[in-house]
Ligand binder design. Sequence first.
Ligand SMILES: [Zn+2]
Length: 91
Amino acid sequence: MGRRRRRKVIRTFRRTIPKVYTCPQCGKRTVTVQMIKEANIAHVACGTCKISGDITLSEGMTAVDAYCTWYDEAISGKRLEELKQGNLGEG
Ligand SMILES: [Zn+2]
């Protein structure tokens, strides 16, 4: 008696690009990229710590590219400085 075992073929299919990205500041996966084609910019914003910025789109740039550009700026301090200015509570 031979049992037939069917091997399940796991197909790797194209996944849609994730819509949320990791935040360089708070580390949460709540960063969204909004492509505003009319203005040729991408609006990147974190839903947790509210850090945000607009990235000018170059030809062929996708949401991921815009996110990477924004991320670089954020970790290099450009965006964080902007955020600190409105968040200073020294006293
Ligand atoms: Zn954040």
